[in-house]
Ligand binder design. Structure first.
Ligand code: CP
Ligand code: NVA
Length: 303
């Protein structure tokens, strides 16, 4: 045991620690550093490795870290020696000599695991093909700001059972919420995530029917039909077409249900503009909260 605190997935951090991270995030958001001092990350450096594109993750980590006194180094996968075959293990050993934590956005979750195994500093998952835990921390924070505790609330996931859906499945068990996923055949979420959540008390229902998922829900969530790295866009657009979140579908959720989307959104595809820009949508708060949630994560791993 290294004693390092990594943030690799929602099912790899304890319930209590996830709650502590959210408490720190809220304190930072309201300008009360729970650690004392205006610059708790002073003299700390974070490397951000991107093997896939990003707007929110990059900006929110960079600005969050710098606002709290830290430094960041952004490394595009194609610009560093990983792109020419240097191993993840060697990269982890070297970066650990320079920085205090490493965030990586990559395709293969095995690369994330290797970074954590061979580095000697905390590693944060900034999205893999399997999960997106930072996003769901921001989503929980956003829900609770608007509606109070998420425990016992019903969340509907509509569309592709992708990486973001998998982190929601982990969250079902970790935050004691009820998750109903509506995904067509061939797009159902990761069986390992479902099994883990159910073994750990998560109430998770998978259906092919969007109406069944949204009925009685307090929050409706969707994501792009074509994730980064997906190569079958035409087929996906056809198969997922009946799963658009529009006003008709939102009308079947609870009256005060919120709408969330991790963004980037594809208007007219997985969500209509009326819903994205409508009164139930909290997507801009959700995007802002990426920074506050991650400040909580950074504080938890660094200090
Ligand atoms: N939601 C999210 O992770 O956005 P980016 O891909 O822009 O980082
Ligand atoms: N499922 C999307 C999320 C983007 C933030 C993707 O992986 O491309």
């Amino acid at each position: 045991m290294s004693g390092l605190k990594h943030f690799l997935d929602l099912n790899a951090v304890s319930k209590d620690d996830l709650r502590e991270i959210l408490d720190i995030a809220i304190a930072f958001k309201h300008n009360h550093s729970p650690l004392g001092g205006r610059y708790p990350f002073q003299d700390k450096s974070l490397a951000l490795i991107f093997e896939k594109p990003s707007t929110r993750t990059r900006v929110s980590f960079e600005v969050g870290m710098k606002n709290l006194g830290g430094n960041t180094v952004v490394l595009q996968g194609s610009d560093i020696q990983i792109g020419r075959g240097e191993t993840i293990a060697d990269t982890a050993r070297v970066l650990s000599r320079y920085v205090d934590a490493i965030m990586i956005r990559t395709d293969d979750p095995e690369k994330l695991a290797q970074l954590a195994e061979h580095g000697t500093v905390p590693v944060i998952n900034g999205l893999t093909d399997d999960s997106h835990p930072c996003q769901i921390m921001a989503d929980i924070l956003t829900f609770e700001e608007h509606r109070g505790p998420i425990e016992g609330k019903a969340v509907a996931w509509i569309g592709d059972g992708n990486n973001v859906a998998n982190s929601w499945i982990h969250a079902a068990a970790q935050f004691d919420l009820i998750l109903k996923l509506a995904c067509p055949e061939g797009y159902t979420p990761d069986e390992r995530a479902l099994a883990w959540a159910r073994e750990n008390g998560g109430e998770v229902i998978v259906t092919a029917d969007p109406s069944e998922a949204v009925a009685g829900s307090d929050l409706v969530v969707t994501d792009t039909w074509v994730s980064m790295g997906d190569t079958d866009a035409d087929k996906r657009m056809k198969d997922l077409a009946p799963y658009q979140v529009n006003e008709a579908l939102m009308g079947q959720a609870n009256k005060d249900a919120l709408f969330m989307h991790c963004l980037p959104a594809h208007r007219g595809e997985e969500v209509s503009s009326e819903v994205l820009d409508g009164p139930q949508s909290v997507v801009w708060d959700e995007a802002e909260n990426r920074m506050h949630a991650q400040n909580g994560i950074l504080s938890w791993v660094l200090i």
